[in-house]
Design a protein around this ligand. Structure first.
Ligand code: SF4
Length: 698
């Protein structure tokens, strides 16, 4: 094997939204190692996932042949937690047979029950072109807008607030702008774990003088670098933010010129925050009134202040309200539209921005053009040469409820794992098992694939070429380094074959032709040709023409709203849907951890990453453990009204008292069996960051 020459392939990291560029060293069909490249977001840096998390692609559990459920193997929700047993329910099949089965069953449901009886979940791990074709397939092949993906579980509430307030759902400034900020407010985010290279830039900024304010119920790694740390009580974001705005208004720190020339709705906001003095809000959020005043002044009066946030803000029934407050903070102080200012919701998956832009959302076509707008519909009907459903489709959690109600009967799931990632996962698994027909396209027999009727073996990230859009709105090229194993196929090919089964006459010669159609449909990327992408490797949108360099900082002159103005949306304090009580006295917070990614299907099959964090752990304050007679490292059982898991306890004095944190990557302790599927009414995002549980040793 040593005689086979090594080669290098420039590509991207498949994990988080930072979008680090990297170079694979490949011999034959094997990736040997990964090095960071000089990309705009990482400048050669990589975190532990990017550097070591590539060998999942070579894992022996890769699916290499299509699978069809045996006739005598009924589906039951319990199979999702027993992959070995689940595998026995399938037989291998040819692509021809598997695709024919998918086509006949989906066509049958569509033609007898109508397009709204079908739904599709695409993937934020896939390319822009895969996302675009997947949503096009659902809208034109199924005949409904029932298409969604994990943005619904991630930043859907931030997107709702940003579209409403600023007319654009993407970030205003790139992460790297922290280097130009005088003050950075980081709230409800843990980038040291979830966006590690971004965290490294924040630390660099602090070192050169940026004042970092960290606000979070958990004391994260970046809190150690903070000028001020606000460990506010879980679920009290609005109380804290309204109090900050109260100070800014009361002390005359608003930017009156900016408010007058570029915004609407300020008076209503001013009235709303008038009663929210820091003294009144301090007992609610658990932060000293003086500290609230100090950080409000710091944010408002600095030359350039930037806000970054994560899912601690978004994953609440008041997630949209939380984001509305952050938008109002930026608007009232004019801290937006310049380098080093603005609003940056840190995107989770490596292509959750691009998948959303490409239209994997039930209420909008590509580029956020609403499905219930006659003009937008007409445009896409012309482009796609078919009639389109004028009604917004169902979101992720709504689909699960619609299955239980018998309204959705068939699904196509590509590269997502709702049996692990959805709230109240037992309910989600029961729903998936109850479908008349489920086809799953993935690289492993995931917990979701265990419940499928047909499983289609797909390609891993390094096995295909495509464009991906990172958290900074930068479109980058991921290049194929190796071939898929066995009979596994590239996702774009599979989507095309399913489309053909549904009667769609698609004739794309390759990925570049799909991208060219996207350019045509999406004004934001009109200036990014495939050739330009190949040449430059990274271009930031909005980019309207081939000679447009792209715009890392937006909203410099006007907002992309109908009247060009930003809109204040005042909000009230709304409590979490489920409060702790005598039976379930603790708060459960879920999230991710550094070494593993989302539902763990890739990173738990990566040797180094799994060796670093091999077992499920719950982070608990040492005093809460002592109160229950549990030694650090001991086994604990955590229970909610919906489920129970057992895992190891890790003492963490950065946790607030009365709360437990568990990452959702562990199938053997699937924490989403415990979470609550209560939804934010605007973003339809579930409340992953707050539900009531109890904990005991053993
Ligand atoms: Fe990959 Fe994100 Fe780590 Fe960069 S920071 S190497 S994109 S996981």
């Amino acid at each position: 094997a040593d005689a086979v020459p090594e080669r290098e392939v420039d590509s991207l990291c498949p994990f988080c939204g930072v979008g680090c560029q990297l170079t694979y060293t490949v011999r034959g069909n094997e990736i040997l190692s990964v090095e960071g490249r000089d990309g705009p977001a990482n400048h050669k840096r990589l975190c532990v996932k990017g550097r070591f998390g590539f060998d999942y692609a070579h894992h022996p559990q890769r699916l290499t042949r299509p699978l069809i459920r045996r006739e005598d193997a009924p589906k039951d929700a319990a199979a999702a937690s027993d992959p070995d047993r689940a595998l026995q329910a399938f037989r291998e099949a040819s692509w021809e047979e598997a695709l024919e089965r998918v086509g006949s069953r989906l066509r049958g449901l569509r033609d007898t029950l109508g397009g709204r009886a079908l739904a599709g979940f695409g993937s934020a791990k896939g390319s822009n072109e895969e996302a675009y074709l997947f949503q096009k397939l659902v809208r034109t092949g199924f005949g409904s807008n029932n298409v969604d993906h994990c943005t619904r579980l991630c930043h859907a509430s931030s997107v709702a607030a940003l579209l409403e307030g600023l007319g654009s759902a993407a970030v205003s400034n790139p992460v790297m702008d922290v280097m130009q900020a005088e003050v950075v407010l980081l709230i409800g985010a843990n980038p040291a774990v979830n966006h590690p290279v971004a965290a490294s830039w924040i630390k660099n900024a602090v070192k050169q003088g940026t004042r970092l304010i960290v606000a979070d119920p958990r004391r994260s790694d970046l809190a150690r670098h903070a000028h001020r740390f606000l460990q506010f009580r879980p679920d009290t974001d609005v109380a804290l933010l309204n109090a900050m705005m109260h100070v800014i208004v009361a002390e005359g720190l608003v930017d009156e010129g900016f408010i007058a020339s570029r915004t609407i709705g300020y008076e209503a906001l001013r009235h709303k925050v008038a009663p929210c003095s820091p003294e009144l809000m301090a007992p609610v959020c658990g932060i000293d009134a003086g500290l609230i005043r100090e950080v409000a002044r710091l944010y408002a009066t600095s030359r350039a202040s930037m806000i970054l946030w994560g899912m601690g803000v978004s994953q609440h029934v008041h997630g949209t309200d939380n984001a509305r407050c952050l938008i109002s903070l930026a608007l009232m102080t004019g801290q937006i539209g310049r380098p080093g200012t603005g609003l940056h919701p840190l995107r989770g998956q490596n292509n959750v921005q691009g998948a959303s832009d490409a239209g994997l959302i039930p209420m909008v076509f590509p580029d956020y053009q609403r499905v219930d707008s006659a003009a937008a519909r007409e445009k896409f009907e012309r482009l796609w040469q078919t009639r389109l459903d004028p009604h917004p489709g169902l979101t992720v959690v709504e689909v699960m409820h619609a299955i239980k109600a018998g309204q959705v009967r068939g699904m196509y799931i590509m590269g997502e794992n709702p049996a692990m990632s959805d709230p109240d996962a037992s309910h989600a698994r029961e729903a998936l098992a109850a479908l008349d027909f489920l086809v799953v396209q993935d690289i492993f027999l995931t917990e979701t694939a265990c419940l499928a009727d047909v499983v289609l073996p797909a390609s891993a990230f390094p096995e295909k070429t495509g464009s991906f859009t990172n958290t900074d709105r930068t479109v980058q090229l991921g290049r194929q380094a190796i071939e898929p194993p066995g009979d596994a196929r590239q996702d774009l090919w599979i989507i095309g074959q399913v489309a053909r089964q549904l009667g769609l006459d698609w004739r794309y010669a390759g990925v570049s032709e799909v991208f060219e159609e996207m350019r045509h449909a999406m004004p934001s990327i009109a200036g990014i040709s495939w050739q330009r992408l190949q040449r430059q490797g990274a271009v930031t949108y909005p980019c309207h023409s081939e000679d447009d360099p792209g715009a890392p900082v937006v909203f410099t002159g006007r907002f992309p709203t109908a009247d060009g103005r930003g809109r204040f949306v005042p909000v009230d304090i709304i409590p979490a849907a489920e409060q702790p009580d005598a039976d379930y006295p603790l708060v459960l917070i879920t999230g991710r951890q550094l070494e593993h990614w989302h539902t763990g299907s890739m990173t738990r099959r990566s040797a180094v990453l799994d060796a670093l964090e091999p077992d499920p752990v719950a982070l608990v304050h040492p005093l809460d453990l002592a109160e229950r007679d549990v030694a650090p490292g001991g086994v604990v059982t955590i229970e909610s009204r919906r489920g129970r898991i057992s895992l190891y306890a890790r003492a963490d004095d950065g946790m607030p008292r009365g709360a437990v944190f568990v990452a959702f990557c562990y199938a053997e302790a699937a924490v989403n069996g415990l979470t609550n599927d209560a939804l934010d009414p605007f973003g339809k995002i579930p409340e992953f960051k707050y539900c009531a549980v109890r904990l005991r040793g053993g």
